[in-house]
Design a protein around this ligand. Structure first.
Ligand code: ATP
Length: 365
């Protein structure tokens, strides 16, 4: 069990700055997701926490002890790799027990530990089978067995399910999360899949170009994105952006879009100029009584819902509405937004506009 804290951690590869000054804390027992697009620096961040890569500057603490310059062997963590590399010439039992024999554990203790772990993972029946003929799921379980048998302080996983097909991936992610809930060990998990991060994580760090864009619980990140990048990266379809010039905050409690006026949901600092209104597709509704108009340009049927795309004078808007509502391409209709859920961004910096109090909630739960 471990709390992991990184403070102002930076990593350069030669003249390339892969991770900019990053700080966040992973609490003891959390299932923590490092999320972002390819190349954003998540694997490098994980490898620095694990001791496989040394930070250029900054500190890494495990249970309060600074370990930034210590090698992996002195950090008591276990890494589960994507390709779940197993020793092909050994059977399941030998694969799992190998790390314990390497540590010099007595045979009777090894036998007991391996039985316990096999029980937890439901692989007792296959302990004496060669790993060569195992299914993908069983191979993943053996790889996990080899990691958990050492009782490490924390598990580090880099896209462990990346090689699996969609259906099996869903099954294994549920199994991994259940395993974590039974064992309670701190787990840090790298993924580029926002759905996986939302489904599995207690907390998420969203990274982009080596920068931590936001850190929080999944619902905060979805409902209160700190930047336009996060708002677009999380959610499918992503948040809609309507670009306009206006003034908000300091007595301006509504925004004017065309002939329509929308209430601003939360207290904001006063800002004037180029702004972006962010609306999740499920918070946009067709309402012919609304003064805000758009033209239907597409409708995508998804079973219980449909995604209707409208062209407005401030940009395209995708609305997720029930599929029984009839819409025709080319028709003009009114559009309404749930005031409570709107997010306003500074169009230039891309940062969400919020009072300090809201920002505090965002960063610290
Ligand atoms: P992916 O999901 O594609 O692995 P990532 O978010 O995990 O992406 P990193 O692997 O951390 O990204 O890489 C971040 C950046 O640092 C990338 O541009 C990558 O090319 C670069 N990088 C990583 N390792 C090295 C290295 N050893 N030498 C030089 N550049 C590196």
């Amino acid at each position: 069990m471990a709390q992991i804290r990184i403070e102002n951690v930076r990593k350069d590869f030669g003249s390339f700055n892969a991770v900019k000054s990053s700080s966040f804390t992973i609490e003891d027992g959390e299932f923590f997701m490092l999320l972002g697009p390819s190349g954003c620096g998540k694997t490098t961040t994980l490898r620095m926490m694990a001791g496989l890569e040394l930070p250029t500057s900054g500190e890494i603490y495990i249970d309060g002890q600074e370990v930034g310059q210590k090698p992996a062997s002195q950090r008591d963590i276990a890494f589960v790799f994507q390709m779940f590399a197993l020793y092909p010439h050994m059977n399941v039992r030998k694969n799992i027990s190998y790390p314990l024999y390497s540590q010099g554990m007595a045979k009777a203790d090894v036998t007991r530990k391996v039985s316990e772990v096999a029980e937890i993972l439901g692989i007792t029946e296959i302990l004496d089978r060669p790993v060569g003929g195992l299914s993908g799921g069983d191979r993943q379980r053996v790889a996990l067995g080899r990691a958990i048998v050492r009782d490490p302080k924390a598990f580090f996983m880099d896209e462990p399910l990346g090689a699996l097909d969609a259906e099996f991936r869903e099954h294994m992610s549920a199994e991994l999360r259940a395993l974590h809930d039974r064992m309670g060990a701190t787990t840090v998990y790298v993924t580029h899949d926002q759905l996986e991060a939302m489904q599995m994580g207690d907390k998420i760090v969203v990274m982009n170009h080596g920068v931590v864009e936001q850190f929080g619980i999944p619902q905060q990140i979805y409902d209160w994105p700190a930047t336009k990048f996060v708002a677009e990266f999380i959610g499918s379809p992503p948040m809609n952006f309507l670009e306009f010039n206006g003034t908000v905050g300091k007595g301006a409690e509504t925004i004017e879009l065309g002939d329509a006026s929308f209430a601003i949901p939360r207290q904001l600092d006063g800002v004037s100029g180029a702004l972006t209104l962010g609306v999740r597709p499920e918070h946009a509704h067709l309402n012919d009584a609304s003064a805000y108009r758009g033209e239907v340009v597409a409708a995508e049927y998804l079973g219980t819902t449909q995604i209707v795309t409208l062209r407005t004078e401030h940009g395209r808007v995708k609305a997720r509405i029930p599929s029984h509502v009839k819409v025709r391409e080319g028709e003009r209709t009114g559009l309404d937004f749930d005031a409570r859920t709107l997010t306003l961004f500074d169009a230039t910096s891309g940062r969400a506009l919020r009072s300090d109090a809201n920002q505090e909630v965002l960063n610290h739960g």
